[in-house]
Design a protein around this ligand. Sequence first.
Ligand code: NAG
Ligand code: NAG
Length: 379
Amino acid sequence: MLLSSALITLWALTTTACDLPAHIQRRADKTAITNVHVYDGTQFSTDLKTVVIVGGLISSAAVTDAPTVDGQGGYLAPGFIDSHCHLTSCSFLTPLRQYGITTGLDMGTFPYSSLKACRANGATDVRGPGPAATVNGSAISGLPGYPTSDFIPNSSAAAKFVAKRVVDGVDYIKVFLDPAGPDAQTLSALVSAAHIAGKLVIAHATTVADYQKATAAKVDILTHVPVDAPLDAATVNAIKSNGQRVVPTLFMMKSILTNTGAPPNFYVQNAQESLSRMYKAGIPVATGTDANNNPFIPANPPFGESLHEEFELLVQAGVSTKDVINGATSIAASTFRINDRGAIKLGQRADLVLLGANPLTDITNSRSIKKVWVQGVSS
Ligand SMILES: *[C@@H]1O[C@H](CO)[C@@H](O)[C@H](O)[C@H]1NC(C)=O
Ligand SMILES: *[C@@H]1O[C@H](CO)[C@@H](O)[C@H](O)[C@H]1NC(C)=O
């Protein structure tokens, strides 16, 4: 008796970090969300519909015996995906969820095991690359605890870096481009090794030169946008014909330019213009914030809230409200090949956000969050 209660106490203690926050309810086996306009990737249904969740997935089961949540004429969208954040603490999952973000794609928290430890039933789902690949002397090479034995000074080190990350079990490979390197050959070696291992490569690039380098090396995803000049037409066309995708992080770029005293026109003239040119060329844009709380980084977008700031900046840059919502749902899912989410469809994860007002008519309605489900677990 004593032993078993001691064991239970021990179990409770050791599972606390990953356990459900108190405000999140246990998953009901079945839930019917009634009276909602449902997003289909293009528009919200005019009619009020019912969406059924069974076992954490969108279902077509009969609704007669399911507990009901009355959506009261609200707007049901797929849960949002933040395609660029830095989840150095599991506690950041709480604001993500509160702001409708049901998947957080980390861009460089190490070790990868610390990110994986944040996975919990009903909590915002997380994916990540472990440490970003970089060279000695880059802006991130001096981050406390960075695994300096993993620097990629040459092609063979780049291949080894990928092999190590594959052993760690990472979801994708991140590379940090910087004036210090890596050089084009090393970057190509990294991309080849990652592709052979079946991993996508995401490149940090904030200048036209780094965008050109990442484009030539055929990385899969470019994150951030150039802040030094508007992106040239030849590079835009190359990105388009390579089938590459972008996660612009406009709010971060704007915040950095402000915080570092860059001329005020740099944001509109360079960052926003680069994004506009890519969007007009038809390059898919996934939505990310660069939310982080790192004192070494020149701006710290707040977790959760910053996605809605990003939405507004994308609309200001000329992106349609539909493409903004898709950039945080279906486009993000296809960009990162997480095909079990991003749409309200039979068999998809029941990652859902219920809004009080239509975000397609006014993007600030993305903030009118009434309820969030992660794999069918509501808050
Ligand atoms: C990185 O460069 C510094 C300065 O040149 C050097 O002292 C240090 O040993 C280098 N670290 C590694 C891991 O190569
Ligand atoms: C590549 O870099 C690694 C790690 O610094 C080093 O040990 C190795 O000798 C280098 N290889 C070549 C061919 O330069």
